[in-house]
Design a protein around this ligand. Sequence first.
Ligand code: AP5
Length: 223
Amino acid sequence: MNLIFLGPPGAGKGTQAKILEERFGYRQISTGDILRANVREGTPLGVEAKGYMDRGALVPDDVIIRMIEPEVDAPGALIFDGFPRTVPQAQALDALLLGKKKSSVAILFEVDNAVLLDRLTGRWTHLPSGRTYHVRHNPPQHDLLDDVTGEPLVQRPDDKEETVRTRLAVYDEQTAPLIGYYDNPDDPRLVRVDGLAPIAAVTEQLVKLVHDGGFAEHRAPAP
Ligand code: AP5
């Protein structure tokens, strides 16, 4: 079963994707991490994407869909983290998965908007791996150093308060409609988790869903 992690910036999608990847062998496909790697390497894609990302806007659908196409071929169970973010992206993903006879379930991380600003402005990131920490909720073992590599952590440029506010508004306008797309009564494929719970408790909810068959009644059969 492939998982689509849906939820506003700071909801905990990346944190949980990394945990499921390490513990259960899922493969995380984070469009944000792929874009940031391209920005760091100065590729044409990175140069095009940077302006959108720095101001908290979405990168155009055609760029994102082209970027994701080869990723869908990866073997094993995938976690789409931060993709899709618009209805056209969701339709494109469905078409790609259908072509590969793969199915998917969307998991909505429900979080009160009030906590998101605190989570994002307190976040420190290991850019090469995408691992994230929080100054209070999930501090690294050594100040401002990644637990695995010992390399320095940085604050993402789009985690400045003003840009976070733009990203939250963009989520409400362009991504929240995906809740209805996946919660469609004719083909329900949406499961909700309480993203306000502590990190370990959110993981427990996901493990229960993945391993205790909690997805059974939501599963869209591959045709
Ligand atoms: P992207 O990198 O995808 O950012 P995002 O969706 O805004 O998500 P975040 O990474 O900010 O949040 P998260 O939910 O992963 O939270 P995290 O687990 O880190 O996208 C960045 C930009 O790229 C976009 O703005 C856009 O420009 C572009 N882009 C990317 N994909 C695109 C697409 N498909 N289409 C178009 N453009 C695209 O957690 C946040 C913090 O909270 C951390 O510090 C963490 O330690 C802490 N935390 C996590 N869980 C908990 C918890 N349960 N309790 C307490 N603290 C917690």
